[in-house]
Design a protein around this ligand. Structure first.
Ligand SMILES: *Cc1c(COP(=O)(O)O)cnc(C)c1O
Length: 394
């Protein structure tokens, strides 16, 4: 055993604080169907100076991650992605500080690597060998990769209209792939039926506690890469919401650790006009959302999520941070893709392009002020979406 010195010490239902044994395999709370949240003994303090000579990947924050024995970590060097200064767009649209954290640099081309790297590693520590997931694409690729690296088995369920490359990379990496008629929620239903006996561990977004812990490392990096001064506005493409919730969780942990002295950041959730359950709930002042009927096909596959299991946590994050939710059109997304490519040389995911379009809308309405420090999240690589883009550009 080689200890990570992790200070993970509790697992709690986010709504009622009910606690769960951290040495057992847990999913979500079966009483009220709410996610479980990992908690740490932050009061004992940690010195952030220790980070200085650690590897530049998400495991540099190991004390505030759930793995206890580093022998179980399955890593492909995920994390520590670059932050680009978008100087040309900043000048054109009269921002003073416009940056983008570029998660396309992760293994398998998206930030899903963080969440699944963490979930698979923790499950590995608890002795789990076989996994299943419903996916809009990137989560399937990431699960397949970590299972391959760890000698574990992955069962992937994805909507038929997912770009074929996702099916391809999952299969090549040795996963079982099932194509499903319908959207990601339909894929989840087919998966649960196939997994009636629960022989596979279900790593659906927030139905296990640790993908969130992987996604949270984006928040630690945002602070560390900005010399522990957080941005004023963080704009994030929201499907299942783990990234948004995770970044906010990291900020609160760092505040408790004394690594930052305040949290100025307002969190923004971006969806598409054809599937915006969080935006609708937010605009009605609700703290929970209802499943979106007939979500429209979009080139931003990761945003076609009619119902997020963590919907309450997403809405709570928006409220606590004085944030906002808004959606953009398919036309906007294509426009954003073109602009980021042509002005910044960044070929980014449609989800990331949606974020840039949202930034412009919020700037025009003055919700974002000229001198706000704005950070966009690009969650994935455009290369995996090529199939969605051919007909628009060739
Ligand atoms: C999954 C995904 C999203 C949505 O992320 P959540 O954390 O589930 O909200 C956004 N962009 C890309 C590229 C994705 O793969």
């Amino acid at each position: 055993m080689s200890s990570t010195h992790s200070i993970y010490n509790r697992l709690e239902n986010h709504e009622n604080g009910k606690s769960f044994d951290i040495n057992e395999i847990n999913t979500y709370c079966h009483e009220n169907h709410e996610p479980l949240i990992a908690k740490y003994d932050l009061s004992q303090g940690l010195d952030k100076a220790n980070l200085a000579d650690r590897a530049r990947n998400m495991w540099r924050y190991k004390e505030v991650l759930p793995i206890k024995d580093s022998d179980y970590i399955i890593s492909l060097n995920e994390g520590y992605t670059p932050i680009h200064h978008l100087l040309a767009l900043q000048q054109k649209y009269d921002f003073m500080h416009l940056n983008m954290k570029d998660e396309s640099h992760n293994p398998t081309g998206s930030f899903k690597a963080r969440g699944l790297g963490m979930a698979v590693s923790k499950a590995n520590e608890l002795g789990i060998k076989e996994f299943c997931i419903p996916t809009a694409g990137n989560a399937g690729s990431a699960l397949s990769a970590y299972c391959a690296k760890g000698g574990l088995k992955a069962h992937i369920f994805m909507p038929k209209q997912t770009p074929q490359v996702f099916q391809l990379d999952c299969k090549i990496m040795g996963a079982n792939v099932t194509l499903v008629d319908g959207n990601i929620s339909d894929a989840g239903a087919v998966m649960r039926k196939a997994n009636k006996e629960n022989q596979w561990f279900d790593v659906t977004t927030l139905k296990e506690p640790f993908r969130l812990e992987g996604k949270k490392t984006m928040g630690y990096e945002i602070a560390e890469q900005n010399q522990w001064q957080l941005p004023d506005v963080i704009i994030y493409p929201t499907g299942g919401g783990t990234g948004l919730i995770g970044i906010w969780k990291a900020f609160k942990e760092m505040l408790e650790l004394g690594w930052i002295d305040h949290i100025p950041s307002r969190m923004v959730a971006v969806q598409t006009n054809g599937c915006n359950p969080i935006v609708q709930a937010f605009n009605q002042g609700l703290m929970s959302s209802t499943p979106y009927e007939d979500p429209a096909i979009t080139i931003a596959n990761g945003l076609r999520v009619p119902h997020a299991f963590g919907h309450k946590l997403i809405l709570k994050t928006l409220k606590e941070s004085n944030g906002i939710a808004l959606s953009v059109s398919e036309h906007d997304i294509l426009n954003g893709l073109t602009e980021l490519s042509q002005k910044e040389g960044l070929f980014i995911s449609p989800e990331g392009a949606a974020v840039w379009e949202a930034a412009k809308i919020l700037k025009a309405s003055e919700w974002i002020k000229r001198d706000d420090k704005v950070l966009l999240l690009n969650t994935g690589s455009a290369y995996k979406y090529a199939e969605n883009l051919y007909s628009h550009f060739l």
